[in-house]
Design a protein around this ligand. Structure first.
Ligand code: BEZ
Length: 253
């Protein structure tokens, strides 16, 4: 089994490549918002297997990645990237980056004040913090179905939700930590799933599913798919997840 600093979720890089490649592909607008410049020092916070880190490096910026999953860090190193295995709640960097970038990772970091304080420390004065993650209402139908499946088995499904999905107003906590917000907004983004909802659940629903005895897991997943199909599967059979992104750009004062 995979070792990870991230509670409740393990990562299999092969399954991630199969089920979740779209996560990096859809991150292109966030790289555009970052607008990396040649020679800049950039930290990719929650870099995963490094696909976007590599794209940022291709602009000529000097990029360092960091992630809580040792398996994804190994996958990023295999791309020749400079990456650290760290807990984002205790970032070890001090005034060494012109920008901190993050795509589809901050919702896994459930103590945002600690993360933001570490980002501020990592930035040089005037440095940018640019990112996107699951905002308020993100995959709400999926979360509701997974909670229902656990509740029906006598468990507290809501307590299993591992994701931090703030409103823009809540994430203005950035300002309290010395980061001036230039822009912040929610972007609904219905997202076709290349391997369907079963593939998505295989990669991302572990924090819910692992609470069940192994023998009950397949039936629980089937039940979640049954609950979700009327809302998230279109007439052609394509599953479309109800993603809502929170996109922001801020800078250290
Ligand atoms: C997201 O990118 O929004 C996401 C990814 C995995 C689980 C939940 C949300």
């Amino acid at each position: 089994m995979i070792t990870s600093l991230s509670a409740g979720q393990t990562w299999d890089p092969v399954a991630y490549e199969r089920n979740a490649r779209f996560v990096a592909d859809l991150g292109a607008p966030v790289v555009e918002l970052l607008a990396p410049r040649p020679g800049e020092d950039v930290l990719d916070l929650g870099c995963g297997d490094g696909v976007l880190t590599e794209r940022i490096a291709a602009t000529g910026a000097r990029v360092r990645g960091c992630d809580a999953s040792v398996e994804l860090i190994q996958a990023a190193r295999a791309r020749g990237l400079n990456v650290d295995w760290v807990d984002a709640h205790a970032l070890p960097y001090s005034a060494e980056f012109d920008a901190v970038f993050s795509n589809a990772a901050l919702h896994w970091m459930t103590r945002p004040a600690e993360v933001i304080a570490g980002v501020r420390r990592a930035l040089r004065p005037g440095g940018r913090f640019v990112g996107e993650f699951g905002g308020f209402g993100n995959v709400a139908a999926v979360v509701t179905a997974l909670i229902a499946v656990l509740d029906r088995r006598g468990m507290d499904g809501a307590a299993a939700k591992p994701w931090y999905n703030p409103t823009p107003e809540e994430y203005a906590v950035l300002e309290a930590h010395g980061l001036r917000v230039d822009e912040i907004r929610l972007i609904p983004r219905p997202t076709p799933l290349p391997t369907g909802m079963a593939g998505w659940l295989e990669t991302f629903a572990e924090p819910f599913v692992r609470r069940l005895p192994e023998a009950e897991r397949a039936a629980a997943i089937d039940e979640a798919l049954h609950l979700l199909a009327p809302s998230l599967r279109d007439a052609s059979g394509q599953w479309i997840a109800d993603y809502v992104r929170l996109r922001f750009a801020a800078r250290r004062a």
